[in-house]
Design a binder for this molecule. Structure first.
Ligand code: PEP
Ligand code: MG
Length: 854
């Protein structure tokens, strides 16, 4: 029988017998990332879920696989049997309680057929989580084996707030008047501090000035309140942690928001992978203008290019919804209907994008469609509907809770998905509230400025009117940044929030390569930029016209120029832009944003589609899956790692999951029947890894009876570069991944916003490793290419040619410019330049010796 040793501690006993598993080991990010709540998981050996303490059943899921119990202390404990068991639609589960029932610890709640569930669902792991964690100070899960109804499983230390707070969801908590002491009132910067603080709470938090209310989680809404210095405001909140939110924000506002002059923490964002930004434009370089220039706003380069235009501020729309509703059944039905409508909209959008041969963007909306089917999201919404909330309110709350948790994730890719979730959430909310679906027309020469743009915003962008955009949030891995690059439109992410103060119509220059926005440029500056843009356009036309010509230096050295691609849509453009093949096919596109790995046939078809687009005689280097650590996959359990870039990544991860690697190798081998396919392994650090990978390749080849294909490695770990001559005895070729090689050589995270400017592949230390790898390759008659971002950097190309590399693999748009540049070079002079570069002190010294293209 559970008991509370002190009034503020609650001990839950095990609801099932079995072995306890830490929640972050559960192979489902929804639980592992604690999106539903914190707690513990049980790998069960018993078949009756029993109450872990006394309480009342507040929600029994209609599929019978999950139940939530509210304890007498007001803590809501959700027990979720198995993973993805909602899809069993009740089969295998026999509930022993009903909503509203009072239960004692040890009472049976749900019986289940473990054999059936284990064979029909992803896992039997049963999660026990607290869904209203704001009441909890700390939790201590037990470990090891437990017996149901007997052994303690989770000790929960409760906060001081009384039980009435936990049930005060619908009650508004209002602060006294707070006089805003900051000198400039709540303009963008302090507003951003308030919004960041408000976002830490689940409650709806608003700022009230007189009769006007603003969403305290929105910088723009707060600014819209126009609170001046000395004005009085109130903090108003309702929801689970309303009281804590009001106390915290009141203190923050009274204290002058910490140091008002200090900028709020810039949203963590990353430099784009340089190759994704490569075009005929100069390489991304750090902004060199002093940041104190009041007309200059600095962010992170998200998509290259330069444009002059006028600001249009994009404010997030506020959609008003009713909080409660009388008929939960009708509300649930409404939600179902609207979710179907939203799917219809997304289908139509994907159809349109596919018709425009934009499979990349279509895939993003396919992922949105999957989010609509997310069982946990629905479950949370249905739970709220069952407690009397309207469908719109319940949906909004479910999406916000999920999205806020995602946004707080230490994992950048997951954090970036928060914006996608909010986007699809708003689509549904608009339908539920009957709000208009499209934004109005934009004026010509628009530069959009926003806290964040959603993929839907960018997909419906009129490219003839929008010249660029910048967001205070987001990073280079966000979908918005990816879309900007695919639209070939300059974009800056993570920019100084002061941009939100810019008046609509202000003339600005956006430089997506440097990550800056400049306001009120002089007429001379505008004229100069327009001249530059015209010259670039003319040069681009000439380069594209000559794209089919080979890249041969003036003194006769041929460099193979091939493409980095990540989708069939990229492949379709390679040959037309002069690509002599594919130097790097990033196969991650096939594996991301889905619930299970693609099978052998699906992979074979995808690779064959690319082989057919490139042609049977051009080389296509297919890189095996490079995920892990920083790039998690839903269906591969990956415990959180302290140093993901140094953890289970690339080939290390795949060698630990040989079934996945074997399947991929078979698909690659099958696709090789129709073209010149080569296979390449990423992140190889040791000869042992390489040999293990090669053995698997050989075994699968023999099993299929396929012809041998060349196998090579990425050189992106310094160890591999230093051991290149030994690798070259066995591997058929090398391709240097300078993005990773640079970060590992300099021990600087390639996505770190503060270090971005220093993570430069032209650092002489990196160049020395490339020189070593090149010598090692050539000593054994192997060829070596570069597929990292610097391969398309106009200042790096002469140095790389001088170091003797044989191939440059660059992003598709960069192909014509790189070929054209190689044709202007003299290989002998390049060799002199490269030899000198190896002796220099800094990357900047190397860059100083190579003229920057305009
Ligand atoms: C690299 O590291 O340079 C590379 C090409 O691989 P990725 O950018 O995919 O890690
Ligand atoms: Mg890499």
């Amino acid at each position: 029988m559970p008991q509370s040793p002190t009034p503020s501690t609650l001990v839950l006993t095990a609801p099932l017998s079995g072995v306890l598993v830490p929640i972050d080991r559960v192979p489902d990010p929804v639980f592992a990332q604690r999106m539903v709540g914190d707690g513990v998981s049980v790998d069960p050996v018993s078949q009756v879920l029993v109450a872990p303490c006394n309480g009342r059943i507040v929600q029994l899921h209609s599929a019978g696989h999950a139940v939530t119990l509210a304890t007498d202390e007001g803590i809501e404990v959700m027990m979720h049997i198995g993973l993805d068991t909602v899809t069993l639609k009740g089969q295998g589960f026999t509930p022993r309680v009903a909503n509203g029932d009072r239960v004692a610890g040890g009472d049976p709640l749900i019986e289940f057929d473990a054999d059936f569930v284990a064979t029909h669902a992803r896992s039997l792991l049963t999660q026990v989580v607290v869904t209203n964690g704001d009441r909890v100070v700390s939790m201590r899960p037990a470990s090891g084996r437990v017996v149901a109804g007997r052994d303690p499983m989770l000790e929960i230390v409760l906060g001081t707030a009384g039980p009435q707070v936990a049930v005060a969801d619908a009650t508004e908590v209002v602060s006294p008047d707070i006089v805003v002491p900051t000198a400039t009132g709540l303009h963008a910067r302090p507003a951003a501090v308030v919004a960041a603080a408000a976002k830490r709470f689940k409650a709806n938090v608003r700022l009230r000035r007189g009769t006007a209310d603003a969403n305290a989680k929105s910088v723009v809404a707060i600014m819209g309140l126009e609170v001046g210095s000395g004005d009085a405001v109130k903090v108003v909140a309702d929801g689970p942690d309303a009281q804590a939110a009001v106390l915290s924000l009141t203190a923050l506002l009274r204290d002058g928001l910490g140091d008002e002059g200090a900028a709020p923490a810039r949203p963590r964002s990353t430099e784009p992978r340089p190759d994704a930004t490569a075009t005929a434009l100069p390489a991304p370089a750090p902004a060199t203008v002093p940041p104190q220039d009041p007309d200059l706003f600095v962010g992170v380069a998200a998509s290259p290019g330069l444009a002059v235009g006028h600001v249009v501020q994009v404010r997030p729309e506020e959609i008003a919804v009713e909080t409660t509703a009388d008929d939960p059944v009708a509300e649930r039905r409404r939600l179902e209907t609207v979710l179907e409508q939203a799917k219809g909209q997304l289908d139509a959008l994907q159809g349109r994008l596919r018709a425009d041969a934009d499979a990349g963007k279509a895939a993003i909306f396919a992922a949105h469609e999957e989010l609509l089917d997310d069982p946990d999201l629905r479950e949370i919404a249905e739970h709220a509907i069952a407690t009397g909330k309207s469908a719109a309110f319940a949906w909004h709350q479910a999406v916000s809770t999920h999205a806020d948790r995602l946004a707080r994730s230490r994992n950048e890719l997951l954090a970036a998905r928060a914006n996608d979730l909010r986007d699809v959430g708003r689509r549904v909310l608009r339908l539920l509230a009957g709000a208009p679906t499209e934004r109005g027309d934009l004026p010509p020469n628009t530069i959009l400025v926003a806290e964040d743009l959603t993929p839907s915003d960018t997909a419906s962008l009129d490219r003839t009117r929008v010249l660029g955009f910048c967001t205070t949030g987001g990073g280079a891995t966000s979908h918005v940044a990816i879309l900007a690059r695919s639209l070939d439109i300059p974009a800056v992410a993570g920019i100084d929030p002061r941009v939100l103060d810019l008046v609509g119509g202000t003339q600005v220059v956006i430089d997506g390569s440097r990550g800056t926005l400049r306001r009120n440029p002089s007429n001379d500056e505008v004229a100069r930029i327009r001249g530059t843009l015209e010259r670039r356009a003319a040069r681009r036309r000439a380069e594209v016209a000559d794209a089919a010509q080979p890249a041969v230096t003036r003194d006769g050295r041929r460099i193979e120029v091939v493409a980095n691609i990540g989708s069939a849509a990229d492949a379709a453009q390679v040959v037309g832009l002069g690509g002599e093949g594919v130097g790097l096919l990033r196969t991650e596109f096939l594996f991301m944003e889905r619930a299970s790995a693609p099978d052998e046939d699906e992979q074979t078809e995808s690779y064959l589609a690319i082989v057919r687009a490139i042609g049977p005689h051009r080389p296509i280097i297919i890189r095996t899956l490079d995920v892990g650590g920083d790039k998690p996959l839903q269906y591969i359990p990956m415990p959180a790692e302290d140093n993901p870039f140094l953890g289970e990544r690339g080939i290390r991860l795949m060698l630990g999951r040989p079934d996945l690697l074997r399947t991929q190798l078979r698909a690659i081998l099958r696709a090789s029947a129709e073209g010149r396919v080569l296979v390449m392994f990423p992140m190889v650090a040791t000869l042992t890894e390489w040999r293990a990978a090669r053995t698997l390749l050989e075994e699968e080849r023999a099993r299929l009876g396929a012809a041998p294909i060349p196998a090579g490695i990425m050189i992106e770990v310094p160890a591999a570069a230093l051991m290149a001559d030994q690798f070259a005895r066995e591997a058929d070729f090398f391709s240097v991944g300078t993005n990773d090689l640079t970060q590992y050589t300099l021990a600087m995270d390639r996505g770190h916003p503060k270090l971005a400017a220093r993570v430069d592949g032209l650092n002489p230390a990196v160049l020395r490793l490339i020189a070593t790898a090149t010598e090692g390759a050539h000593r054994h008659g192997r060829w070596i290419g570069i597929c990292g971002g610097i391969a398309a950097d106009p200042q790096a190309v002469p140095v790389l040619v001088g170091l003797g590399v044989d191939e440059l693999s660059v992003s598709v748009p960069a192909l014509p410019a790189v070929k054209a540049q190689v044709r202007t070079l003299d290989a002998t002079s390049c060799a002199v330049l490269a030899a000198r570069a190896l002796t220099l002190d800094h990357a900047a010294d190397v860059r100083a010796r190579v003229p920057e293209a305009e």
